[in-house]
Ligand binder design. Structure first.
Ligand SMILES: *Cc1c(COP(=O)(O)O)cnc(C)c1O
Length: 403
């Protein structure tokens, strides 16, 4: 096996972690087995004493998972990776394996809905203090991190408004406060943003999104230092059981082979869609990190290599206009998933962010006119035609009457 860490991302995604069995199969083998057998009672004993390396039980280790873990670690430039059943299992395990009663966590407010719930509702139940800051405001980070802190959690770009956090600056403040920094890098993918190089300690993913990227399985990943993974995360996984199924790992191994091709094309499509939407009279505002009118454009081009696969926009009017637009889409599907090869439209205020409440939605900048579009792999000409005909249905009542 070549050292895949020295290879370029597109190659790592196809070759990284590949570990063929003695049958010499071309594709990665699916070890759909719950357990493993030993040659002797002595070998079993030595395995449990950690004297030899031998798989024991798929709750905490399986050869198909190891291949994907090694592939993702090489891609991320991380020492180690562990796979989880879902992205939320990844976030939950990264936080709860490390935190204990009396600890303190500071998080950016603009988090994925379930991450927001863990921070605002679950952690305080265990006596863990949690503090939200506006992720784009370094003064708020500075104030919140002026006292000792155990962990920092941030997401950039954020769901759904595509707000950015200055990862490097926040990592520096966090480390001065003694905190371990966890970055939810789902929207950027490992290809567009490198949080570990920007100072983060742990990176988490929902593999459900771009890594599978074809709407089949759920999965999550946690990446970080070997010592932290071995001593903090692995015992938590071994004893609480949030790990990924070998079947899902096998699907995602095949999914990531095309990750770079898909993400590069989806970014090109998203940039074109954002430019198209910005010219339409029915749209009040477009949010796309690589458009010069994004409020954090300078930061975006500094810490990302492309603008991402999501475009968020505010339709003039409110919920009624949004619903009319979404219901008029013929090609783009209505769904709350993202990062899929199929383009998907979401109305966050009534779905993904319904439960955060109206007040918090206002603080996050989510209005009743906000639509989040996950741009897929269709021909961008067809996407723009579909969006255009749906926007045409929003013509003013007077204009419609005149038709
Ligand atoms: C989807 C998502 C998650 C959760 O992942 P699941 O696989 O759905 O559990 C966490 N963070 C972000 C930013 C996401 O988009």
């Amino acid at each position: 096996m070549t050292d895949s860490r020295k290879l370029r991302p597109a190659t790592q995604l196809v070759r990284g972690g590949l570990n063929r069995s003695n049958h010499g199969e071309t594709a990665e083998a699916l070890f759909l087995t719950s357990g493993f057998v030993y040659d002797s009672a002595e070998q079993a004993e030595a395995t449990f004493k950690n004297e030899i390396q031998h798989y024991q039980y798929s709750r905490f280790g399986n050869p198909t998972l190891t291949m994907l873990e090694d592939r993702l670690a090489a891609l991320e430039g991380a020492e180690a990776c562990r796979l989880m059943a879902t992205g939320m299992a990844a976030v939950h395990s990264a936080l709860l394996s490390h935190l204990k009663t009396g600890d303190r966590l500071v998080a950016s407010r603009a988090l994925f809905g379930s991450c927001h719930w863990i921070v605002s509702t679950l952690l305080p139940r265990y006596g863990i203090e949690s503090v939200f800051v506006d992720g784009g405001d370094l003064d708020q980070w500075r104030a919140a991190l002026s006292i000792p802190t155990t962990m920092v959690l941030l997401e950039s770009p954020s769901n759904p408004m595509l707000d950015l956090v200055d990862v490097e600056a926040v990592c520096e403040l966090a480390h001065q406060a003694g905190a371990l920094v966890v970055v939810d890098n789902v929207f950027a993918t490992p290809l567009l943003q490198r949080p570990l190089e920007q100072g983060a300690d742990v990176v988490v993913y929902s593999c459900t999104k771009h890594m599978d990227g074809q709407g089949r399985v759920l999965g999550g990943a946690v990446l970080g230092r070997q010592k932290w993974v071995d001593e903090v995360l692995q015992p938590f996984i071994r004893n609480t059981g949030p790990g990924m199924s070998p079947f899902n790992a096998w699907v995602i191994l095949k999914g990531v082979e095309t990750l770079k091709l898909r993400v590069d094309q989806m970014c090109r499509n998203a940039a074109a869609v954002a430019d198209f939407l910005a010219e339409r009279a029915e749209i009040a505002r477009v949010f796309y990190p690589f458009r010069p009118d994004h409020p954090q454009h300078a930061l975006a081009v500094r810490q990302m290599t492309a603008g991402g696969t999501l475009v968020t926009f505010n339709i003039k009017g409110g919920k009624a206009e949004c619903f009319r637009f979404m219901n008029a889409l013929k090609l783009v599907d209505i769904s709350n998933n993202l990062g899929d090869s199929k383009s998907l439209a979401t109305h966050p205020a009534t779905t993904t962010h319904m439960r955060v409440g109206e007040e918090e939605r206002a603080r996050l900048g989510i209005s009743d006119g906000t639509v989040r579009l996950s741009v897929g792999l269709e021909d961008v000409g067809d996407l723009i035609e579909d969006l255009a005909q749906a926007l045409d249905t929003l013509a003013t009542p007077a204009a419609r009457a005149a038709e």
